[in-house]
Design a protein around this ligand. Structure first.
Ligand code: COA
Length: 145
């Protein structure tokens, strides 16, 4: 698998990949929103390709303090071959190079089995935190793609 920076020409392919892998595709995954994401994080939004086909994707983000990992996915036909680890290793290498102190990610409760995957890569579960969210604009949030 060859890892490269995401570019908007792969938009359709990654949306398909996320849908195929059960990732919730929502209002922040429109073309405009992903363009904003890649412009802010050009070196952290990565895809993995085999034979010119996108088989892996991860969106890394840095807010100036913490790093974040969103929407990691590997095509079901290519899972359990080390590609998920490979793309995460590359992303963590890039965070390390940027001297980011800590990186967070969120796992939906229905998807508990993926915890083991991340633990394998050295991630720890946080049980000292409560996650809260606020929606500043409910019309924006309801937008679908
Ligand atoms: C999570 C995901 C990206 C893993 O990708 P992958 O390419 O199959 O993972 P790898 O082959 O690199 O696995 C690396 C290690 O984790 C283990 N692993 C992979 N998926 C696992 C799972 N669901 N549960 C437990 N262990 C798992 C592998 O066995 C391997 O262990 P090893 O190094 O001891 O052999 C992939 O399963 C996926 O796309 N899932 C659906 C989308 C998703 O849930 N994304 C995460 C959102 S938070």
């Amino acid at each position: 698998m060859i890892i490269e920076k995401f570019s908007m020409k792969f938009y359709k392919e990654i949306i398909e990949l996320w849908r195929k892998t059960g990732i919730s595709v929502g209002s922040t995954d429109t073309k405009e929103e992903l363009k904003r994401m890649v412009e802010r994080n050009p070196h952290l939004f990565l895809i993995g390709k085999r034979d010119e086909k996108v088989i892996g994707v991860v969106m890394g983000g840095f807010d100036g303090r913490r790093g974040y990992v969103h929407h990691l996915a590997v095509d079901p036909n290519y899972q359990k071959k080390g590609y998920g680890k490979m793309i995460m290793d590359e992303l963590m290498k890039r965070f390390r190079k940027m001297r980011v102190h800590k990186v967070h990610l969120f796992i939906e409760k229905y998807n508990k089995e993926v915890v083991k995957f991340y633990q394998n890569l050295g991630w720890d579960i946080r049980d000292d935190l409560i996650m809260m969210s606020y929606v500043p604009d409910k019309t924006l949030y309801k937008m679908s793609i």
